[in-house]
Design a binder for this molecule. Structure first.
Ligand code: CDT
Length: 303
């Protein structure tokens, strides 16, 4: 078996007034804790450097620019990159990306994957953007990702690392089985994802306990149906009064959650993962080459 310790860093509330420097210091503290537990990889949340700003309505780019990062590492991220390389830990980090391409400013909800030796393995730009572009007029339920981000243009890439093939996705992507199947078809053995999930459903009123249930259901089925490990990292707790679920977890390829966070605060969880555990699933029930019937899956890719 191929054993490797993976950690997940759940991040508690980040308020509007909190500086990126202070938030990165919290991430570094969890990185050091993960290192103390022997972890070689750690997953941080979606948009991990700031509060979940798409809940607020801004019109002027000058007002929302401060939430974005430019360059990799951006100046705010640099201390985290430095410490991870010093400790020899690879990581997934979610952030708001601003790039200028062919003279046009573009904005994406992005994650980066960095190897334990500090090499940048690649980026993913979030594809399933929930919510609206225009405000719905109810401050409690605004979710304006379509206002602040373009749909990702990098597909669902998978990166080879010394721990196996790693695929990335972000928050709402985890509710869509296609996300994981595409990455599994590209050989992913580990899925990493960060999330910010409001405790109250923005679309309709449903019992609050279903928010964590649907989160767990999505991850456990994705792990089993693709024979892969899942690392999920929440940003959670009450950000300036806006509550978000915790439930950061590590799920085995058997579909079993092997460890999960118990708090809604900064919390490191870890597990010694056997990366060969999913092999029998991919050889048997989910042997894609033998048993998939893509000729009958047309509506999945039809526009
Ligand atoms: N950040 C993010 O994608 N959050 C969404 C909330 C939208 S409500 C369905 C999520 O799916 O958790």
């Amino acid at each position: 078996s191929r054993k490797e310790v993976f950690a997940v860093a759940q991040l508690g509330a980040v308020h509007l007034k909190d500086s990126k420097q202070a938030t990165v210091a919290r991430l570094i503290e969890m990185l050091r804790e993960a290192h103390g537990r022997g972890a070689r990889w750690i997953t941080f949340p979606e948009l991990a450097l700031t509060t979940f700003f798409p809940r607020y309505v801004y019109d002027d780019p000058a007002d929302y620019d401060p939430f974005y990062e430019e360059g990799l590492p951006s100046p705010a991220m640099a201390p985290l990159f430095d410490e991870a390389r010093r400790l020899g830990i690879g990581f997934y980090l979610g952030y708001a990306e601003k790039v200028t391409e062919a003279g046009t400013v573009r904005r994406f909800n992005t994650s980066v994957l960095v190897a334990p030796n500090g090499d940048i393995l690649g980026k993913y730009r979030k594809i399933h953007l929930p919510g609206t572009k225009d405000p719905i007029g109810d401050p409690e339920f605004e979710h304006l990702e379509k206002r602040y981000f373009e749909v990702g243009n990098l597909g669902f890439p998978v990166f080879k690392s010394d721990a196996g093939r790693i695929g990335m996705c972000i928050c709402n992507d985890r509710r869509w089985p296609e996300t994981f199947r595409v990455m599994a078809l590209r050989g992913a053995e580990i899925f990493m994802l960060g999330y910010n999930t409001p405790t109250r459903n923005i679309h309709h009123n449903e019992p609050v306990h279903l928010r964590e249930h649907h989160h767990r259901l999505s991850l456990e089925s994705a792990a089993y149906q693709n024979g892969a490990w899942v690392m999920s990292a929440a940003k959670c707790g009450s950000e300036d009064g806006f509550a978000m679920i915790g439930g950061s977890s590590i799920v085995a390829p058997t579909g079993e959650t092997v460890t999960r966070a118990v708090s809604e605060e900064d919390e490191v969880i870890s597990f010694n993962c056997d990366l060969d555990l999913g092999a029998y699933i991919r050889r048997s029930v989910f042997n894609f080459a033998k048993h998939r019937r893509p000729e009958h899956y047309g509506p999945i890719t039809a526009q």
